[in-house]
Write a protein that binds this ligand. Structure first.
Ligand code: GLV
Length: 331
């Protein structure tokens, strides 16, 4: 870059900083889970001078042009009549669809490398834990028993990923790179290197050999209770199940029954129909269920703020945000 070009870029940067509020309007942040200070800093590092407000310190609701939110309560959007876009502070947009307080503006989701890496690590851990018989060793230790189980080579272990969207395909290719025999199924045909893919009516053929099934489907009216008794019955006996996407994709009573009967040999569950999982839920007492409190993946502000800033710039200039979701499809 020439000195002249560098100088004009700096000048453009400071012009943006001086009139960021006028150019972009205000950004409103809402989340019970994410840290507003980190997000504010990360966004202002990308757009100096950005007018960043944290709910409930909204100021004049008419100033709000962009909403960055995670699971806002029903009615949340009603006061904000000038919003130009909503950015979901996560991957699944299920809490933003089918509500009547949202104006007709683009809704986008986050999809940063940090989120993908965390999701891959959660699923890889869960699958390896079963592949290497760790639950059996945990039980054997409680009995003070030296319990040898001959390890199986990873390429013999058949892992299935249901849902091959952005996160699902990253998870499937991560498992393949780790050495597993990976298959994937989705409603629409997908191609992923190193993964044998199935679509639509091939579902039972896909399930018939899967030893460890990973759910990565989004929650939409079409996918609700998609993983039901028929799915569990189509798996080989004592298959393991990992749910890292959304609870309502699973018929929970059918899963409880399959875990009790031994049709499903163990489950790793990060998401549930009701969260926090109610105290009296049968999963709590099941020795073969590992429960984690909806944290398989989170958004990493430093990584995602670049995309959010870019969406603020694009939408303010009349363009499309990054990672726009299709609210009719639900993801
Ligand atoms: C978490 O569940 C997310 O959708 O980002």
């Amino acid at each position: 870059m020439t000195a002249q070009a560098a100088k004009s870029m700096t000048a453009a940067g400071s012009a943006e900083a001086n009139d960021a509020a006028k150019r972009y309007g205000a950004v409103l942040f809402f989340s019970d889970f994410d840290d507003p200070v980190t997000w504010g800093d990360a966004l202002r590092a990308n757009i100096p001078g950005l007018d960043f407000r944290v709910y409930p310190d909204v100021g004049d609701p008419a100033d709000i042009r962009h909403v960055l939110a995670w699971k806002p309560a029903p009615g949340f959007f009603e006061p904000f009549r000038n919003i130009a876009q909503v950015i979901n502070l996560g991957a699944g947009i299920d809490s933003l669809v089918g509500r009547d307080d949202l104006p007709d503006v683009p809704i986008s989701r986050l999809s940063d490398p940090g989120m993908i890496a965390l999701m891959r690590s959660y699923v890889l851990f869960s699958v390896i834990r079963y592949a290497r018989n760790i639950p059996e060793f945990e039980q054997a230790k409680r009995r003070r028993e030296w319990h040898y189980i001959h390890p199986r080579p990873l390429h013999q272990i058949k892992v299935g990923v249901l849902g091959l969207g952005h996160l699902g395909s990253a998870v499937a290719s991560g498992l393949a790179a780790a050495g597993f025999d990976v298959r994937g199924w989705d409603i629409a045909a997908k191609t992923i290197e190193g993964v044998r893919t199935y679509t639509g009516p091939e579902r039972d053929a896909f399930l018939s050999e899967v030893e460890i099934l990973v759910n990565m489907m989004p929650h939409t009216p079409q996918t609700e209770k998609l993983i039901d008794k028929a799915v569990f019955d189509a798996l080989p006996r004592a298959a393991k199940f990992v749910n890292a996407s959304r609870g309502p994709v699973v018929d929970e009573p059918a899963l409880v029954e399959a875990l009790r009967s031994g049709q499903i040999g163990g489950a790793t569950l990060d998401v549930f129909w009701v969260e926090p999982l109610p105290q009296d839920h049968p999963f709590w007492d099941m020795e073969n269920v590992l429960i984690t409190p909806h944290l398989a993946s989170i958004t990493v502000p430093e990584a995602a703020a670049r995309d959010v800033a870019e969406s603020i710039r694009r939408v303010s200039a009349g363009g499309e945000p990054l990672h726009r979701a299709d609210t009719r499809r639900g993801y």
